[in-house]
Design a protein around this ligand. Structure first.
Ligand code: NAI
Ligand code: MG
Length: 488
């Protein structure tokens, strides 16, 4: 393992701490389940704690929903669907979505701080990416609510009913928005299950729905772990399941729905290739590599976790990448200077550490910066592997952490061959000065999203989703409305 020094450490030019305050709101000690417009305890009375992964301190206790709670929530959603929401005009529905979008903006500071405290992501990202994009998603879908016949010309458009939605911990509030906004815009009602390590912004969102006077039961929120998710999937009262998370759980859900009419969309893992050609603007490409793998600690399904760099510029790119990585600050997620926050949970931190070991055992060479990291909490320094083979597990499997695998290539076809040599097909990146190469690469890679000379850019108007083991169905754009409507 080679290491280089962090030039800001001990230097007079280092950054002073710039923590965002958390005294402008107060978290409750306990949160209930939102069922039929009211916060209620779980029938079993069970609760669990959610911690701050940067401090390992408990932030709040939330209800642990079981089968009975799932049944109550699905019934509430069904009643709201039949009695209120499906009958309401798109124009009226749209007003509620606009209201929700505006309240997200009004409460953006609180939402950003809670997101960073509960999940570990740097405040700069929750403040500038997660929360604004969540609001944008509601604004965008509010616009569609009364225009659905224009999204599907010549068709009669109807909602599908009650949707069960299960989301992960890497973009907790943004995934609420991705799931809930299109469902409500199209006239469906929702039972949402946030991830067990990051329930708080979904619960604040539940408060926002109350504040917006969304009719009772249109949005229901059940906190809990995998068992709660499994109970939701098992419930026969749902017309649709939408899941974002691991490929393993996605496959299990697909199996359990196999003999049922329940519709399903899956947004699963990824192992994207970020391809740098020798004619690329190398400095910009290096920024793109950093953004591709270190954004959100690498807990990103579309992360550029495999770097494919043309052999003639490999040395230059790796040297520049090392120099750039030495400036990355790992630490307090609430500090505005922090580039890489806390790993979301101990389990995820252990999983990433395992991959760091596995990579070395397989014969790859590990590089990590030696920036200081806090003593408490779950942190991992930005890392990459060189001397990797296509068959290595660190090249084939989703690590979901700040760990990049670097490979080289000589020809465009070799790059495509390597890029496609994975069970996943979610995203990709290409860096080149030549437009023709961009088109060749984007056509040649089987993936839902491919960025050219940029990476990790999101917009509610742009559909997102995968091929192969990355799942199916799209979220965002006109394509993202399709899984929430019946057409005739
Ligand atoms: P996970 O797939 O277990 O968790 C995602 C969501 O599914 C959570 O809300 C969880 O409570 C729920 N869930 C778990 N088991 C379930 C079941 N049997 N039925 C219904 N819902 C269930 O992911 P986990 O274990 O937290 O992370 C493991 C790996 O999965 C990560 O290292 C990463 O590689 C991948 N992952 C990928 C994500 C993506 O966005 N593509 C998101 C989260 C994890
Ligand atoms: Mg937490």
């Amino acid at each position: 393992m080679t290491e280089i020094k962090n030039p800001t450490k001990g230097s007079p030019w280092g950054y002073a701490p710039a923590p965002e305050s958390s005294d402008h709101f107060k978290l409750k000690d306990q949160y209930g389940l939102l069922i039929g417009g009211k916060f209620v305890a779980a029938v079993s009375g069970k609760r669990f704690a959610t911690i701050n992964p940067a401090t390992e301190k408990v932030l709040a206790h939330v209800a642990d929903a079981g089968e009975k709670d799932v049944d109550k929530a699905v019934r509430a959603a069904r009643t709201a669907y039949e009695k209120v929401w499906r009958k309401m005009s798109g124009r009226e529905r749209g007003k509620y979505l606009y209201r929700i979008a505006r309240i997200i903006q009004e409460r953006s500071r609180e939402l950003a701080v809670v997101e960073s405290m509960d999940g570990g992501k740097p405040i700069r990202e929750s403040r500038d990416v997660d929360v604004p994009l969540a609001a944008a998603h509601f604004f965008y879908h509010a616009g569609w609510a009364d225009k659905l016949p224009y999204a599907f010309p010549g068709k009669a458009v109807r909602p599908i009913g009650v949707a069960g939605q299960i989301i992960p911990w890497n973009f907790p509030l943004l995934m609420v928005a991705w799931k809930v906004a299109p469902a409500l815009a199209c006239g469906n009602t929702v039972v949402l299950k946030p991830a067990e390590t990051t329930p708080l912004t979904a619960l604040l969102f539940a408060e926002i729905c109350q504040e917006a006077e969304l009719p009772d039961g249109v949005f229901n929120c059940l906190t809990g772990a995998g068992a709660t998710g499994a109970a939701l999937v098992k419930h026969s009262g749902l017309d649709k399941i939408a899941f974002t998370g691991s490929t393993e759980v996605g496959k299990a859900i697909q199996k359990s729905l196999a003999a049922r009419p329940t519709k399903l969309t899956l947004e699963l893992g990824g192992k994207a290739a970020n391809i740098i050609f020798e004619d690329a603007a190398i400095d910009q490409a290096v920024e793109g590599i950093v953004n591709g793998i270190f954004f959100n600690q690498g807990h990103v399904c579309c992360a550029g976790s495999r770097l494919l760099v043309q052999e003639s510029v490999e040395k230059e790119v790796v040297a520049k990448l090392k120099a750039r990585m030495a400036h990355l600050i790992v630490g307090d997620p609430l500090d505005k200077n922090t580039d890489i926050g806390a790993i979301n949970s101990k389990a995820q931190c252990d999983r990433i550490q395992d991959y760091l070991k596995v990579g070395q055992e397989e014969g790859a060479e590990l590089f990590q910066t030696n920036c200081p990291i806090p003593d408490k909490g779950y942190f991992i320094r930005p890392s990459f592997f060189t001397k990797v083979a296509q068959s290595h597990r660190i090249v084939q499997e989703e690590i979901f952490g700040p760990v990049l695998a670097i490979q080289s290539f000589r020809t465009l076809n070799e790059a495509l061959e390597k890029a496609n040599n994975t069970p996943y097909g979610l995203s990709g990146g290409v860096w080149t000065d030549k437009g023709a190469k961009i088109f060749k690469v984007t056509r040649g890679i089987k993936a839902g999203v491919i960025w050219a000379n940029t990476f990790n850019k999101f917009d509610p108007a742009s559909p997102f989703g995968g091929y192969k083991e990355s799942g199916y169905g799209r979220e965002g754009g006109r394509h993202g409305l399709r899984p929430y409507v019946e057409l005739s």
